[in-house]
Design a protein around this ligand. Sequence first.
Ligand SMILES: [Zn+2]
Length: 233
Amino acid sequence: MSHTLGLYRLQQVDSRIDQANTRLEAIRAVLENDSAILAARVILESAEKNLHEAEKALRASEAASESQRIKLEQVGASLYGGKIQNPKELQDLQNDLASLKRHLATLEDTQLEAMLEIEAAREARQAAELEMNKVEARVISQNASLKGERESLLNSLENLNAERSATYNTISPALLEKYESLRIKRRGLAVTTISDNACDACGSGLTPAQAQAVRMAVQLVECPSCGRILFSN
Ligand SMILES: [Zn+2]
């Protein structure tokens, strides 16, 4: 096997390994960070809090109305009980009764409003709950397919790594060093093919002599522009 063929094969395997690792990293991020679920949960929690507040307001309003009704009954009992005869006192009680009735009407309005608010809060909570369930179902099915994909990526990585060490062992340490340092400098791509006498990675043209040298593959030819090792099929 010529030097460049070995390096080219190594590059092919490494590119596939890089691709698999990039995808695995993306899958890991999705599986660990279900932002859609978190967002839906925040909305649901706030809807639940609103509902509790509305229920609390209704209970307070009911209690206020109830104690107002008791006061009314007490004033009514004094007024119509027959024990009090003094006209001034009776007139005062009459006034109290009228004022208590007016206030009760206000309290009952507040109570009605509280009931309407509860109704709205319940609907909002129900909608948030439905949305949450939908998002969860979607994420679960998405995660299931992602887990399947991760499984198959890990399997192919195992094969690729075996293929990599087999190829790696056929290449001299000096060339490997050159290859690795080019990989770091050139975003993972150290070896590239040529087409129409030009570098496939950067598009830079080669002289006919350079292109011929690449095809002969007797010596290592680097792209005059990007420095990558050139290979011809
Ligand atoms: Zn180039």
